[in-house]
Design a protein around this ligand. Structure first.
Ligand SMILES: Cc1cc2nc3c(=O)[nH]c(=O)nc-3n(C[C@H](O)[C@H](O)[C@H](O)COP(=O)(O)OP(=O)(O)OC[C@H]3O[C@@H](n4cnc5c(N)ncnc54)[C@H](O)[C@@H]3O)c2cc1C
Length: 414
């Protein structure tokens, strides 16, 4: 991939297609700052063209649900550090900064940004904030929106606006930063973001247990109920199933937490492998963010953690039909299913019915089922029905930020 400093201002023709990787647009623009972007948006507005804001373009098609645009506007050239105050644990960077480059730089300062959504290793900071997705670390460190302090962006009217600030206590009036986080480029094209940082924990240890599916699930539920707060309690439902417990903190805290996990009901009867420590523990969890990379069909079921067994049952029904795999974030009640590959024609046809039945079961316990990825030709609803009131609020917000619909039309639904 071309580095940001060598990127041209615009790609067209074959070069644009290569960058877009199948996303239907004709051009890719790389503005160098908010003013240049505002000019692009203003021109698109005048010509009635649609722009899709982007980062590295790794998830532009939104798992098969993205809408076409006339041009994509990537923030990749806006990749500098605007402001970094290590002592305050706050940072402002260009939205196009690579997540992995930022992590490496923070590591050198003994700090980190504990967010682990799918695909994070190849994402930009703006892409992560725009998608607003969380992973296992959410229970301990909060969701993406809890860690975004401020956003600078360009509205669909071509206005450069700044929301929130650089410091932790700055909210007065409506918290628009939380609204924009997860808005997937539909309200503003973000040019810079201010984030809250954390000291990198001295000890990062992952305990691994294996056994039968019911035992491992019960073990995971027991660990999630302990008074010690684990950074991840995940279960991979393979054969054998695996319980993955990540503990972070000082050595004393982690050792005490590990003893409590081993003494929890059920974990004692599981087979424990050697714990994974430090950089290896971090690498293991980063690899897990790529669990669904390149998979054509992915479904995410979520409900209160107390319904985990039922949620897993629902997910396993789909996995059986797809010859796929299931993984669960136990603390959050989130269970993901991925297909074992491209579905055979008969399974693809039956998937619509299967997903609708599974969604009905999830909704019966006030849960949700979201089709996170599907081939673009699949005729499936991505998520359950959105209430008319929510739709009305969404379209009012869209009109406020982007009255002529210049920016990505997709409303956030996951
Ligand atoms: C395999 C895989 C599965 C994923 N699953 C999900 C999922 O289920 N749900 C989910 O929400 N995310 C999902 N993501 C997205 C992921 O969490 C990251 O946010 C994404 O990888 C960001 O990468 P990027 O910088 O390449 O953004 P892009 O792929 O360029 O953009 C991703 C989205 O964010 C918007 N966007 C990007 N940058 C900006 C910006 N500066 N301003 C405004 N909007 C912007 C785009 O319009 C697009 O909607 C997935 C990613 C991968 C690779």
């Amino acid at each position: 991939m071309t580095g940001p400093s060598t990127l041209p201002h615009v790609l067209t023709g074959q070069e644009a297609s290569d960058w877009l990787g199948g996303f239907p647009a004709r051009e890719v623009h790389f503005p160098g700052g908010p003013e240049e972007l505002a000019e692009l948006v203003g021109a698109a507005r005048a010509d009635g063209r649609r722009l899709a804001p982007a980062g590295a373009g790794t998830w532009l098609d939104g798992g098969g649900w993205g809408r076409p645009a006339d041009a994509v506007v990537s923030m990749r050239r806006m990749d500098t550090t605007v402001h970094y105050e290590p002592a305050d644990l706050t940072l402002t960077v260009g939205a196009g900064m690579e997540w992995s480059a930022l992590s490496t730089a923070l590591d050198a300062e003994g700090q980190w940004l504990p967010l682990d959504p799918p695909g994070v290793t190849s994402a930009t900071v703006g892409g992560v904030v725009a998608a607003g997705m969380s992973g296992s670390l959410r229970t301990l460190y909060g969701a993406v929106r809890d860690n975004v302090l401020g956003i600078e962006g360009v509205t669909g009217e071509g206005r450069v606006l700044r929301f929130g600030g650089r410091v932790v206590k700055n909210v007065a009036g409506y918290d628009l930063v939380r609204l924009l986080t997860g808005s997937r480029g539909s309200l503003v094209a973000m040019t810079a973001v201010s984030l809250r940082l954390y000291p990198r924990p001295a000890t990062d240890r992952t305990l691994l247990f294996s056994g039968g599916v019911p035992e491992v699930l019960r073990g995971g539920a027991a660990v999630a109920r302990l008074p010690v707060m684990a950074a991840a309690v995940d279960v991979d439902l393979g054969d054998p199933a695996e319980l993955i417990v990540r503990l972070v903190g000082s050595e004393v805290e982690v050792s005490a937490a590990a003893a409590a996990v081993r003494a929890a009901p059920v974990t004692g009867s599981l087979l424990e492998s050697d714990p994974v420590e430090g950089g290896e523990s971090r690498a293991l969890h980063l690899r897990r963010t790529a669990w669904e990379d390149g998979v054509p069909w992915v479904v995410r079921c979520s409900a209160l953690p107390e319904h985990l067994e039922t949620t897993v049952q629902v997910a396993r029904r789909i996995a059986d039909a797809w010859h796929g795999d299931v993984t669960a974030h136990v603390q959050q009640g989130v269970v993901r299913v991925k297909a074992g590959g491209t579905l055979p024609a008969d399974a693809a046809q039956d998937t619509g019915k299967l997903v609708l039945e599974a969604r009905a079961r999830m909704e019966a316990m006030e849960g949700r089922l979201v089709v996170a990825s599907a081939p673009s030709e699949a005729s499936l609803a991505r998520s359950g029905a959105v209430s008319p009131v929510v739709k009305q609020v969404q379209s009012r917000l869209k009109r406020l930020f982007d009255p002529d619909g210049v920016l990505a039309p997709e409303a956030p639904s996951s």
